[in-house]
Design a protein around this ligand. Structure first.
Ligand code: TRP
Length: 334
């Protein structure tokens, strides 16, 4: 508990550009969570360097990501939105947790196996211990809940295992985190392969709508979206492409699928695609305007970044000092 609320922590990588799927499926739904939870949203730049990055690009993308979070409605006075690399406690706790994590456990991580296969020329130790840094992120703030996708579930499990192992040795030091199961957002699929989730790491740029896409690009991508040869607009699994377009339409307008189906009754796929593009643009244009506005106000954004890093550091240090004491590090003279 923190300030009388449970703690929610989420980390996000600034690699790749955020998609409409990230927004409709996650971000948009987080705006009101701070009423119930003390929320931490960390741009995990330390995780990003486990694969090679161009420094200038990483810095730019990380700032953009942070800006998008704020533009999407996460009030930075009420949500702690900060860079992981600005809070030294993450690395410090990670070292300690490394000593309570087994090689065998890390060897079982499927994401490590996937990434090692993908970056065979750079299988570095950071890639291997990536889940331990993630455990440090979460445990540092005595997190109760973590909104994670299925791909990160294994990392949350190992976080719980490490925390329980530590608690068994030293008493109740860490809160054991759970997956956040709240209101789930819309599941948006790839426009080119509607059986796959829309992903910011998809190599085909036509598969995803990026939050920063301009109106013409959105219209073009919608028009090129893969559908089928049924020729009817119904919301059903047999027509994954059409279903996805309807899902996007509904998530953007707040309409129910039945109502959307009725609305498009007798119309062709072209009309549906145009309508989807229009509603997507009605969501993205104000968001992009807000991003631009925030970017202009450099001094304000810098002050937010500084204040939130200090706030995060304050809570991180509380946990860190406790942990350091437990493992036998000498107390710091005041
Ligand atoms: N590994 C997560 C991802 O790629 C990002 C992340 C880092 C994270 N630390 C976290 C997510 C802590 C949740 C909690 O999506």
């Amino acid at each position: 508990m923190m300030n009388g609320k449970k703690v929610l922590f989420s980390g996000m990588q600034a690699t790749g550009n955020l998609t409409l799927g990230n927004y409709l499926g996650a971000l948009k739904n987080w705006v009101t969570l701070n009423e119930e939870y003390e929320c931490f949203y960390s741009v995990v730049d330390m995780h990003s360097i486990t694969v090679r990055q161009d420094p200038a690009t990483l810095r730019k993308r990380a700032r953009k990501l942070l800006t998008i979070y704020i533009a999407a409605g996460l009030d930075p006075e009420k949500n702690c939105i900060y860079y992981q690399s600005h809070v030294s406690g993450h690395a410090e706790l990670m070292w300690i947790l490394n000593c309570f994590t087994y090689m065998g456990e890390l060897n079982r991580m499927t994401q490590f196996k996937d990434k090692a296969a993908k970056h065979a020329d750079n299988i570095n130790a950071g890639l291997f211990t990536y889940p331990v840094l993630m455990a440090a992120d979460i445990l540092l703030y005595q997190t109760d809940v973590v909104p994670v996708g299925i791909d990160q579930m294994q990392h949350l499990e190992i976080t719980r295992d490490i925390a329980e192992r530590f608690n068994n040795l030293y008493g109740d030091v860490f809160t054991i985190p759970e997956a956040y199961v709240g209101k789930v957002g819309a599941k948006i699929m790839s426009l080119q392969d509607p059986t796959k989730k829309m992903s910011k790491s998809d190599e085909n740029p036509n598969a995803s709508i990026y939050l920063m896409d301009d109106a013409d690009t959105v219209a073009r991508k919608c028009r090129r979206a893969v559908t089928d040869s049924e020729g009817v607009i119904l919301y059903r699994d047999e027509q994954p492409g059409v279903k996805n377009l309807l899902s996007i339409y509904c998530a953007c307008t707040g309409k129910q699928p039945e109502d959307a189906v009725r609305e498009f009754d007798g119309q062709g796929y072209g009309a549906l695609k145009d309508a989807v593009a229009e509603t997507v643009n009605a969501v993205l244009q104000p968001l992009q305007a807000e991003v631009a506005r925030i970017e202009q106000d450099k001094a304000w954004l810098d002050s937010i970044i500084k204040n939130n890093a200090e706030k995060a550091q304050y809570f991180a240090n509380k946990t860190l000092r406790k942990v350091q004491k437990k493992v036998g590090f000498p107390e710091r003279p005041r």
